[in-house]
Write a protein that binds this ligand. Structure first.
Ligand code: C2E
Ligand code: MG
Ligand code: MG
Length: 858
């Protein structure tokens, strides 16, 4: 197998260099003791390849050509070359010399030593043979020559090699040779060391980061290392001296390896796929070519493989030379590094080429230009990788910081959303969801506890909205929320919770106009007094922009476990309880099923009542009214009775409030008047002085047709309006004092008597009562129940009688159950009485019987 200098082959191809020949006379090399020896030689080319040393020696002197510089490059030739030079020791001392062809890749080299015509020694070497034996232990082809004082010897060298015939002859004193060889070896090993360190660093980075970029780079630099250790012959000398074939292939394989992985690295490093598709395509083509080159290095003949390598090198260098600037122009930072890194290598290649071609002088720089260039390239690219690593890390940290920022923002947004979902947007009070959650939580913690769910509704908010506009009413709401929170905070019984943000919650906004609190009654220290005080405070007008605004709040409450076992039901029932408060009275209305018009059974009850009224299935019972002055029966109070087909007797208190809420009351009142007047007509025949009282409700006051109805019905039976009394409870009158007054007036105007029922159960003022067109006041049973036993009750009743009389009203005592009370009332000057003592309410027929049998009681 032949070998040649592959590097020079491609350099030759690159620069299409020619050969340099020079002709000279045969001259010997004069050698003294001084260290420097200017070498020169004569040579002939053996075109036939058949010359022996004898043939060569017999050639005429003029057939030899002169190479005065001592170094020649004959290009690619497989023809043997013969070199000849004479060594003259002009000194008086023995000299030991080394004649060396300073190129490790020569295939077959044979040295001949002649003293005159006597052949002293012959030594064959070359890198197609095992490394040892060598005449001098060094990778370059060297021959040891000793000269005695004034002695001259002629040396012949036959060289035959594949590829480039590069013959740099150097003749050195033996000691100088070794000094220089060791210097050179140190430099080489320093260079190899550097490459090895770079390889190891990049392998380590690759193993840590698992980024193939670093692996490509490590393998590419390994390719360089293999190339330079092979071309310098050190790997042959030190690693596999017995395997010249391996030595040849190692050099061949090193080139595709370094090129292949340099290209892979380049693509990855410059991210050509993203930044320059054309460049990427060229690099990909290069990759396929290098794979082919790799296999050709393994299996093709040396010369073919070297040709392919040379072509590859031409493209490889050109492509990578432009890759950096292209990426740089595309704005890639890596492009700058790559351009800078590739430049010294290009300079190195050019310098080596220039030296080989004789354009540049032979000196340290030109001699080691390739090594320096590739070393710098490796170094700069290592810096570039470090820079990339640094930036990537920075980017990663920035990305992490960014994602952290995003996460915080996300978290904040979530918190805001959660806050928005759990709070009222105007008052920022926790909302109904939060209230339900809190109440349920409390129940869960202590299911055996007792809790009140209290609700407040600002009933005038709608009206306030319309009057003041939304902005001001929002301010009002905020004011109310604050006031409520301030009041609730001081209440011992109001349950307080600390939310996630550390804020104290005690008042919750359940809807636009209602608020809720949870009360744990066992922690109330003053038996609801402070709570009632707070409610009163809430009823005070709110002052906004110098306006005192009446809020008309209503308060409702429900009790756990009696009124419900979860927050939703308790809140609902507290709202129902609110309906149970007499209007304009600042009291807590507790839930009662009786008033729960919304319960299903109650809803069906109302439709049943409507049916009963329409089909005359209800009845009027009559309770007589006794005059305490004359002892006669002066009137009858009509009281509705309903015998429900399934539920049996249902008393007015169980359906009247519901009828009022659902509006069925208008139907009921209409029926009561029609039936009452009809019964009255029947009674008047026998008892011409008897009047009848019919109860009406507050809702009837809004029913404008009432007058008409009464008048037409009375007319129908030819009864005078004075026989009819309309009873309206005190609280019903107070519900809407102004319009109540007007309607009562219109009723009185047509001649009806007006009676104020249940007087004393509400809070009406006498000054207001004074304005009413009433003729009669009925004292509520609750005031009369203990008049015989309680002095204060007696005083109250006495005062009430006197005041009523003072205002011109007749007084009726209700619910009198015993004779004692009756007599006392008579004594006190009360005008009339009703009660079980006298008679229970009776159906018309029974009443007629009772009336017939009645004898003046006094
Ligand atoms: P009210 O108008 O104050 O009627 C008097 C109530 O006291 C009646 O109850 C009567 O039965 C009851 N009562 C009479 N004497 C005594 C007594 O000595 N002791 C006791 N404990 N109670 C006595 P009732 O009939 O159950 O009616 C209750 C309320 O329902 C009435 O109170 C009235 O406000 C209303 N009501 C009854 N019928 C009608 C009606 O036809 N229309 C309207 N709008 N309301 C009615
Ligand atoms: Mg009544
Ligand atoms: Mg009454």
């Amino acid at each position: 197998m032949n070998k040649s200098n592959s590097l020079n082959v491609f350099l030759v191809l690159l620069f299409l260099c020619g050969f340099r020949f020079s002709y000279a006379e045969t001259q010997g090399i004069s050698i003294s003791q001084s260290s420097f020896i200017q070498s020169s030689f004569q040579y002939i080319k053996d075109d036939s390849g058949t010359f022996s040393i004898k043939d060569v020696r017999s050639l005429a002197d003029n057939s030899w050509l002169e190479e005065a510089t001592g170094s020649a490059n004959f290009g690619m030739t497989t023809d043997p070359y013969w070199l000849r030079f004479k060594l003259n020791n002009i000194s008086n001392k023995n000299l030991n010399l080394v004649a060396a062809l300073d190129y490790s890749q020569l295939d077959d080299v044979v040295f001949y030593e002649f003293l005159g015509d006597v052949k002293l020694r012959e030594f064959a070497t070359g890198d197609t043979k095992p490394f040892y034996p060598r005449d001098v232990d060094h990778p370059i082809m060297s021959f040891h020559v000793s000269l005695e004082a004034k002695q001259a010897k002629t040396i012949y060298i036959r060289v035959q090699t594949d590829g480039s015939m590069i013959l740099p002859l150097r003749i050195l004193h033996e000691n100088m040779f070794f000094v220089e060889a060791s210097k050179e070896q140190k430099l080489h090993f320093f260079y190899f060391g550097c490459l090895t360190v770079i390889i190891l660093i990049n392998l380590a980075v690759f193993l840590t980061l698992r980024e193939k970029l670093y692996l490509y780079y490590a393998v590419a630099i390994s390719g360089y290392l293999l190339f330079f250790t092979s071309i310098s012959g050190y790997s042959f000398q030190h690693l596999y001296p017995q395997h010249p074939a391996l030595h040849g292939r190692a050099l061949l394989v090193s080139m595709p390896i370094l090129a292949l992985f340099s290209v892979l690295f380049c693509r990855e490093f410059l991210q050509t796929k993203q930044h320059s598709l054309k460049l990427d395509m060229a690099l990909r083509a290069m990759l396929y070519f290098e794979i082919f080159n790799f296999f050709s290095a393994l299996f093709f003949s040396y010369n073919t493989a070297i040709m392919i390598s040379a072509i590859s090198a031409l493209f490889f260098f050109s492509l990578l030379l432009i890759a950096g600037p292209i990426s740089w122009a595309a704005g890639l930072r890596a492009g700058i590094f790559f351009t800078i890194a590739w430049t010294p290598l290009t300079i190195g290649v050019l310098a080596t080429t220039g030296r080989s071609l004789g354009f540049f002088p032979e000196n340290f720089i030109t001699q080691y230009a390739m090594q320096i260039g590739s070393g710098l390239e490796a170094f700069i690219l290592t810096l570039a990788l470090a820079d990339r690593l640094y930036h990537e890390r920075e980017d990663k940290i920035e990305a992490q910081a960014d994602s952290l920022r995003k996460e915080i923002a996300h978290h904040e947004a979530q918190n805001k959303l959660a806050e928005a979902m759990a709070h009222d947007p105007i008052t920022h009070l926790p909302n109904r969801n939060r209230f339900e959650w809190m109440v349920n939580q409390k129940i869960k913690q202590d299911p055996n506890g007792l809790y009140f769910v209290g609700v407040v509704r600002i009933t005038r908010l709608d009206e306030i909205n319309r009057t003041l506009g939304l902005t001001r009413s929002e301010r009002l709401l905020i004011y109310i929320a604050k006031k409520m929170t301030d009041l609730a905070t001081t209440q011992s019984g109001v349950h307080k919770v600390i939310d996630q943000t550390g804020k104290k919650e005690c008042v919750y906004q359940i809807s636009g106009d209602s608020f809720g609190i949870l009360i744990t009654p066992n922690t109330l220290t003053d038996n609801f007094k402070s709570l009632e005080h707070s409610l009163m405070k809430l009823c005070e007008p709110a002052v906004l922009d110098n306006l005192a605004i009446d809020l008309h709040p209503l308060f409702g409450a429900s009790v756990y476990p009696k009124h419900g076992n979860n927050a939703a039901i308790l809140i609902r029932n507290a709202h129902v309880g609110m309906k149970n408060t007499p209007h304009a009275v600042q009291k807590l209305g507790f839930y009662s099923q009786k008033y729960d018009i919304y319960s299903e059974s109650r809803l069906t009850l109302m439709s049943d009542l409507r049916e009963a009224l329409l089909h005359n299935q209800t009845e009027l019972f009559y309770q007589p009214k006794l005059s305490l002055i004359t002892g006669e029966i002066v009137g009858l109070e009509a009281l509705i009775r309903w015998n429900h087909p399934e539920r049996g007797w249902i008393f007015p208190n169980d359906f009247i409030p519901l009828a009022e809420e659902t509006g069925v009351i208008t139907l009921l009142t209409r029926w009561a008047f029609e039936q009452g007047i009809k019964d009255l007509a029947a009674l008047l025949n026998d008892y011409p002085k008897l009047g009848v009282s019919i109860n009406i409700s507050a809702r009837d006051l809004a029913f404008g047709d009432l007058n008409n109805l009464i008048e037409t019905t009375l007319k129908q039976y030819h009864i005078d309006t004075t026989f009819l009394t309309v009873e309206l409870t005190e609280t019903a009158v107070m519900e809407d004092p102004n319009s109540g007054l007007l309607i009562l007036k219109s009723l009185s105007d047509i001649g009806l008597k007006i009676s104020i029922d249940d007087f004393g159960s509400g809070y009406s003022s006498l000054s207001y009562l004074k304005k009413l067109p009433a003729s009669e006041i009925k004292l509520d049973r609750s005031l009369l129940i203990d008049i015989c036993t309680s002095k204060s009750s007696k005083v109250i009743v006495e005062t009430a009688i006197n005041m009523a009389h003072g205002l011109g009203y007749k007084l009726v005592a209700e619910g009198i159950e015993d004779k004692e009370s009756a007599l006392l009332l008579k004594e006190m000057g009360c005008d009339m009485l009703q009660g079980y003592w006298l008679c229970h309410p009776l159906p018309l027929d029974e009443l007629k019987v009772w009336l017939r049998s009645y004898k003046n009681i006094f």
